[in-house]
Design a protein around this ligand. Structure first.
Ligand code: GUN
Length: 296
């Protein structure tokens, strides 16, 4: 391979966060402080890490931040009451309820209860519809938005290219496919999922692979066309006795197996992960501007 690019999500996100920090300071001079509320139910260790990281980033950028941690046995009505309170709060412009919720809770009802104008996750039906219709007033889910930013930053052409999205979740796969096929991406998109018959063959056609199925090192050398671009959305905890934490993080792509074949790839960690938080901050800023009728 003549040229190989390691896509540095940490560096790109740092640049985006710096721009946001400057804009937040500008808003502050107009008396507006964008605010984000993050709700965590239960004690899932990975979710705790994400939520703390979101809170830390808010503080670093000068955003108002509210972290609400509820016990694992929280009832649907209690969680709905929290969402209603946050919908009514003038300090809060963005609301995020960390997924997954404990199994006894109805996540769809919770998402629908969030004011769509504060739905910085982009999961509310109104925002999903706006993405489908390419109405830019809506909120796009942070992880796929971050993947598009990475492709843009590295000048990776998507127009007319074969893109294969692996996974069909509401959080990544579906919005990712819409972004890649839409005005921004102009790609020919195939979505591979658990019922796809010839998975390897389909992935092998791809100029761009977006792996978002949540299976450690699922994509391997035999699946990857020479010169393909790979965006690895997976963050899997794999038991590892040799690691002091007892586990190591892996992606959905076998990085070492494919790195000789692809032209560009995101590492795990340090690829898509930091971009998700940067996009969340960007969405919170957008929500604050829209809700406060701020025009610059
Ligand atoms: N869990 C994993 N990713 C996300 C995300 O982007 N938003 C929320 N709310 N939960 C998640």
């Amino acid at each position: 391979m003549s040229q190989f690019t390691l896509i540095d999500g940490k560096a790109v996100s740092a640049k985006i966060l710096l721009d946001i920090k400057q804009e937040v300071a500008q808003l502050a001079s107009k008396g507006i402080t964008p605010g984000l509320a993050v709700v965590l139910v239960g004690e899932d260790p990975a979710s705790q890490v994400y939520v703390n990281s979101k809170e830390r980033t808010c503080t670093e950028l000068g955003l108002y931040s509210e972290k609400i941690v509820l016990p694992v046995d929280t009832q649907q009505q209690e969680l709905l009451a929290v969402v209603h309170r946050l919908n009514a709060s003038n300090k809060v412009h963005g609301i995020l309820v960390q997924s997954p919720l404990p199994a006894h809770l109805n996540e769809e009802e919770i998402v629908r209860a969030i004011n769509p104008n504060k739905d910085v996750d982009g999961f509310h039906p109104e925002n999903v519809a706006k993405l489908t219709m390419e109405d830019s007033t809506g909120f796009v889910a942070c992880t796929p938005a971050g993947c598009m930013e990475l492709l843009k930053h590295y000048n990776i052409e998507t127009e007319g290219k074969e893109a294969v999205v692996i996974g069909r979740s509401l959080i990544v796969g579906k919005p990712m496919a819409l972004l890649l096929m839409g005005k921004q991406g102009q790609a020919t998109v195939t979505v591979v999922h658990s019922r796809t018959k010839n998975t390897s063959e389909v992935i092998k056609r791809a100029d761009i692979i977006i792996a978002a199925l949540g299976k450690s090192e699922f994509v391997t050398a035999k699946d990857v066309k020479d010169g393909a671009v790979i965006i690895d959305v997976g963050i899997n905890r794999v038991e590892d006795e040799s690691n002091p934490r007892g586990y190591r993080l892996t992606g959905d792509v076998d990085f070492n197996a494919v790195k000789e074949q692809c032209s560009a790839i995101t590492p795990v960690p340090g690829g898509v992960g930091p971009m998700t938080i940067a996009m969340l901050m960007k969405n919170t800023l957008k929500a604050a501007k829209q809700l406060e009728n701020y025009t610059d």
